[in-house]
Design a protein around this ligand. Sequence first.
Ligand code: BG6
Ligand code: MG
Length: 216
Amino acid sequence: MPGKAIIFDLDGVLTDTARYHYLAWKSIADELNIPFDKELNEQLKGVSRQKSLDIILQNAGLHLSNEQKTKLLEQKNRLYLQFIAKLGPNDLLPGIEQLLTTLKKQNIPMAVGSASKNARRVLDSLQITLFFDAIVDGHAVSRPKPHPEVFLMAARMLNIPPGHCIVVEDARAGILAAKRAGMKAIAVGPPEHFPEADATVPGTRWLTYDFLKTFL
Ligand code: BG6
Ligand code: MG
């Protein structure tokens, strides 16, 4: 794959932290006594913490003050940090360790493009930080997915043209961001969730080097 790069989303692609984001939001919604289910959660994937809360409140028709919202955002993050406190290398999703190792051996530049402000902490816990030549997280970008900023910034840091980048995502917002950046987009999940993806795999174990090679 000469001159090509792979940009990975983090939550739900490298590790199953998407589950913990869900559980933390579920606990907040239960406390507020408002509805929140897996279907609504799909809309939160790849979306910033702030925007996620807005979506949950809007869905329930609930208006809160900025002060109340700030408290809930802090509470959500505290819960999330409790969930990920014990995260370790065993929490990499199936096939990911082998994929990262093979890509590294092949000298393929790799980046992480995540909306999460906790991305570096999660990568460190998983002990995979050193695989990546660039990490763009929720602190670095001002315009969240589906805006292409996160992936364009990663491509710039890797010094690889966007057209030579492949993005791996589990969120529709992320697939849209990748396509808007002019990149190839591979989705992990049910194909009906990702009409804009160049390809969809049912799970991370299908993300092999041989499979990714076919998109270059
Ligand atoms: C994304 C997740 O990676 O990060 C979202 O898909 C999450 O669900 C977002 O809301 C922000 O994460 P954090 O860790 O900054 O709250
Ligand atoms: Mg994700």
